[in-house]
Design a protein around this ligand. Structure first.
Ligand code: BES
Ligand code: MN
Ligand code: ZN
Length: 499
């Protein structure tokens, strides 16, 4: 259960913890406390010489009995002049560990008055950071976890409570999408495989009013999806494509939709070009692009977006076996282009190629964004902070950059170029799935490969989320594991540019 968030003008009669946010001036609004308690907190701030109100800093102070809260946590906001939605989300997220460590189940949050307009973002950060994935703990561990005190209910003290509640409701739709995407990424690959994944998508999205169509391997064959099918042919779990439709543009049901496409490799062993075993377990996250797309659809439907959106995720398991595709094979994609397979570990682009073709043929979208944990090379270039984004349209890039700045999901523009496209041409087939330069510029040549499957005049962007879909360790608002990266930025993009 996500954290329950409410907004009130006055602090509650009783709660476990009062959170006071303060900038470098070290002057939190302590008016809710008795004079004695306020003095105690001020004294604690003074004596903790390392506490400077910087973002990331927290100071926990037990309060005397006669106060409404048992404990105060002072949380640093850094430079108050620079405080905005994103920095407040981070501060909210960073409040979770000390709150949890204190065993506090309820909390009241006091922010500097001038931040009233972005108060909902503090609560959002706290909620996103409080995410846990315990579905696979054993019975005893689950019972223990259920008994352990943890933050459940927070009340944000705000001037304009109705406006703040409305604001949070909007943000919570995005958070629900993020949490669903994380659940999907965190799920073990013996339980999340193409067919089970497809059914999970339908079960979650249909009740929200999203049309969901599952294309099974037979249907994919009749459609000629030879590239996506090749990737999955070594596995006992057959590939699927899932098409999702949300028609939110009232009276404009026929207006061209925007499209989202996701790579959903439920486990990537590398296939016959097998990966080294160290760390291979993380390759359950190779469906992160599809999870972001599915999470986005959940967010859009939850908040009843007024846009027409179609989404497709290509689901396959990349396994070595006697049935597996081989390096050297030449396969035929749905677009009719033949592809020489040089490395079975460059499988994501093959799945995407057919998904991109299908969505363009069938739905004629005016704009397409695909998301994929596509290359290790993007992690070499950008690490885990920035997502590499390719775009064939400056206006779209500008809109994406703005949206991502609003949600704090950082993107960096990468180049599309004729040379990268050329690099993917094969001697014996139309294309090859590994560039002539091998790993050098691998994220760019992968994008160059995808570009061969984009129709002329279609506005398109490719997000390589290999470095941002998965956290090795906790970050301010994204705990370890699946991150749900891109759900909120794309939800924001749809709202700002297509509604
Ligand atoms: N799923 C991987 C990329 C990846 C690596 C995602 C690490 C997340 C973390 C992808 O299918 C892959 O194996 N790419 C190869 C491509 C190469 C063979 C051209 C890579 O990046 O090494
Ligand atoms: Mn691979
Ligand atoms: Zn992969």
């Amino acid at each position: 259960m996500p954290l329950t968030v409410s907004f009130a003008a006055k602090f509650p009669a009783k709660c476990d913890c009062a959170i006071f946010a303060a900038g470098r001036d070290l002057k939190p609004d302590l008016s809710a406390l008795s004079k004695g308690a306020a003095d105690l907190v001020r004294g604690a701030i003074k004596s903790a010489k390392n506490f400077k109100g910087e973002s990331g800093q927290a100071l926990s102070v037990p309060l005397p009995k006669n106060n409404f809260a048992a404990r105060a946590i002072v949380i640093g906001l850094g430079d108050l002049k620079k405080a905005d939605a994103v920095s407040l989300e981070k501060a909210g997220g960073r409040t979770f560990p000390p709150l949890n460590a204190a065993g506090a189940e309820s909390a009241a949050i006091f922010l500097p008055k001038k931040l009233d307009g972005v108060a909902a973002h503090f609560a959002l950060g706290l909620r996103l950071r409080s995410y846990t994935y315990h579905a696979y703990k054993g019975k005893d561990a689950k019972a223990k976890l259920a008994k352990k005190p943890k933050p459940k209910k927070v009340t944000v003290i705000a001037g304009k409570t109705a406006a703040a509640s409305k604001h949070y409701k909007r943000l919570a739709a995005g958070a629900g999408g993020v949490e669903f995407a994380r659940d999907l990424v965190n799920m073990p690959p013996n339980d999340l495989y193409p067919d089970s994944y497809a059914k999970t998508i339908a079960k979650e999205l249909k009740p929200l009013g999203v049309q969901v169509e599952i294309l099974d391997d037979k249907k994919m064959k009749t459609l000629g999806m030879g590239a996506a099918l090749a990737v999955g042919q070594g596995s006992a779990r057959k590939p699927r494509m899932v098409v999702m439709k949300w028609n939110g543009a009232k009276g404009k049901a026929k207006s061209a939709p925007i499209a989202f496409v996701g790579k959903g490799v439920t486990f990537d062993t590398g296939g016959i070009s097998i990966k080294p075993s160290a760390g291979m377990e993380d390759m359950k996250m190779d469906m992160g692009g599809s999870a972001a797309v599915v999470g986005l659809m959940k967010a859009l439907a939850t908040r009843k977006s007024r846009a027409n959106v179609v989404a497709i995720v290509g689901l396959a398991e990349n396994m070595p076996s006697h049935n597996a595709y081989r390096p050297g094979d030449v396969i035929t994609s749905m677009a009719g282009k033949t592809i020489e397979v040089l490395n079975t570990d460059a499988e994501g682009r093959l799945v995407l190629a057919d998904a991109l073709t299908y969505v363009q043929k069938k739905h004629k979208p005016k704009m397409i964004i695909d998301l994929a944990t596509l290359t290790g090379a993007i992690m070499v270039g950008l690490g885990f902070e920035y997502c590499g984004v390719f775009a064939n349209d400056d206006k779209l890039w500008g809109a994406m950059e703005k949206a991502s700045e609003k949600t704090g999901e950082k993107i960096w523009r990468m180049p599309l170029d004729e040379a990268y496209r050329k690099e993917m041409e094969s001697n014996i087939a139309d294309l090859k799935n590994l560039g002539s330069l091998g790993r050098w510029g691998g994220a760019c040549s992968a994008a160059g490969f995808l570009e061969h499957f984009i129709d002329e005049k279609v506005t398109w962007s490719h997000w390589d989320i290999a470095g941002t879909a998965w956290n090795k360790s906790d970050k301010p608002v994204t705990p370890k594991g699946g991150t749900g990266f891109a759900v909120r930025a794309l939800d924001q993009l749809v709202e700002d540019s297509y509604e």
